[in-house]
Design a protein around this ligand. Structure first.
Ligand code: GUN
Ligand code: ZN
Length: 430
């Protein structure tokens, strides 16, 4: 790729602040990294002749990061289960069984990543199915797009149909093989992925803990404390445990590279252990309201005497939208119901630099700092007639970001660039 210039209203979220430059510029070097940002009027002469994409009054933001999504659920959004466990059994496990087929997984990976990119999501931590074919297909498709993507083979050895089960030995062996093949290859990373305590035996959780010890720079992802039925089931299966968190702690699965989706019903002791071990929890608001799982308690999780690191994610297909904008909007509403009023700046920071920190990729992505990859989303606050009307009365950048997250979705994504290259959207008219 040749070096190029992106022009527009450059907006970044750093150190708890929103920083912006109207009529700004961002220089992408040949290697796909950010070489310079600032006011276009101050562009150094050496960059003046670069080919430019001029996005005018559109906002140029760090690419959105989705740290919890299920690739093999990409077709089953809007499947109406009675609750989490019913939804898994009726819709999810049968769909995931299809990913044993290589042709299916390969075609699905293209479609899945295209949807993320069309929604302005440039990086993700994804669940795959239990099948190696699924992991190979997703990594290969991400590598072709030069995306920073983290995923792993789901491990599950009980309480589900045979077609989506492995066993502790093959689960461990296949995971180690996949780590050897993909972890650290270009922008790809591996996440050790026991699905959750409902579908893993004690032997399998022990293998997951061993893997994490053997590969400490891999992430670990799982689910925790999402629905009442699930929590009940776990306490019956692990009668010795103090609580749900204790089950994972027993097998060495808490720690600074561990990410737990949901955590809606975590009790005080559990939050304390999450905080003390540096584990993170991922808020998945559209999934939680859709499945009737409950309302995430942001204030409870982040209490200053034992703050838990929180990220924000879609959880497609339990989640109802690929759009991180819609996800932020839903988090705002869930916050309001729980007595916490987020600003748009808070939530966009969470979806960019915050999520990058959760993934331990904040040296590389999550903001528009010089030296990071030029993973960028361009948002048009006037993309639909309703948004255009709202924009006429927007009075500040916070107001524009707020209306984007309440009213915006993929229609508001004017372009997506990965490592500087435009991978979605048309070249703007010069
Ligand atoms: N818990 C275990 N598996 C899943 C899943 O696929 N989706 C959600 N929302 N929760 C889970
Ligand atoms: Zn999930």
């Amino acid at each position: 790729m040749s070096a190029r210039l992106l022009r527009g209203w450059v907006v970044d979220f750093v150190d708890g602040q929103v920083r912006d430059q109207r009529e700004g510029a961002l220089v992408v070097a040949k290697d796909g990294r950010i070489a310079w940002t600032g006011a276009h009027a101050r562009l150094p002469k050496s960059y003046a002749g670069l080919p430019a994409d001029d996005y005018g009054e559109c906002l140029i933001l760090p690419g959105l990061i989705d740290p919890h999504i299920h690739f093999p659920q990409y077709r089953i959004l809007a499947a109406p289960g009675k609750d989490l466990l019913d939804w898994l059994n009726r819709f999810t496990f049968p769909e995931e069984a299809r990913y044993r087929s290589k042709p299916h997984a390969v075609a699905a990976a293209e479609s899945f990543l295209d949807k993320l990119i069309a929604n302005g999501t440039t990086s993700t931590l994804a669940f795959c199915s239990v099948h190696k074919t699924c992991v190979d297909a997703l990594f290969a498709a991400a590598e072709r797009r030069n995306m920073a993507l983290v995923t792993g083979k789901t491990m599950m050895d009980r309480n589900a149909p045979t077609a989506v089960l492995d066993d502790p030995e093959t689960g461990g062996y296949d995971s180690a093989q996949l780590i050897g093949k993909w972890h650290g290859r270009g922008r790809l990373r591996y996440a050790i992925t026991p699905r959750f305590a409902v579908t893993s035996s004690e032997a399998q959780l022990a293998v997951s803990g061993e893997l994490l010890k053997d590969y400490p720079d891999c992430l670990m992802q799982t689910h925790i404390s999402e629905s009442a039925g699930e929590i009940d089931f776990v306490s019956q299966q692990f009668p010795w445990s103090k609580d749900y968190t204790d089950v994972y702690e027993r097998y060495g699965l808490l720690g600074p590279t561990s990410l737990f989706a949901h955590g809606i019903h975590l009790a005080e002791r559990e939050c304390r252990r999450m905080s003390e071990t540096g584990s993170a929890v991922l808020h998945c608001p559209t999934s939680n309201t859709f499945l009737g799982s409950g309302l995430f308690r942001y204030r409870h999780l982040t209490e200053s005497r034992r703050p838990v690191g929180v990220g924000i994610a879609t959880d497609v297909g339990g989640g109802t939208s690929y759009s991180m904008l819609q996800t932020l909007g839903e988090a705002y509403k869930v916050g309001m119901l729980g007595g916490h009023k987020f600003t748009a700046g808070d939530l966009f920071a969470m979806a960019t630099i915050g999520n990058a920190e959760r993934l331990h990729l904040d040296d590389e992505i999550g903001s528009l700092k010089v030296g990071k990859w030029a993973d960028v989303v361009v948002l048009d606050p006037t993309a639909t007639p309703v948004m255009a009307a709202r924009h006429e009365v927007s009075s500040s950048l916070e107001d524009i970001l707020f209306s984007l997250m309440i009213l915006g979705d993929d229609r508001a994504v004017r372009a997506t660039h990965i490592a500087g290259k435009r991978v979605h959207g048309k070249r703007p008219r010069q």
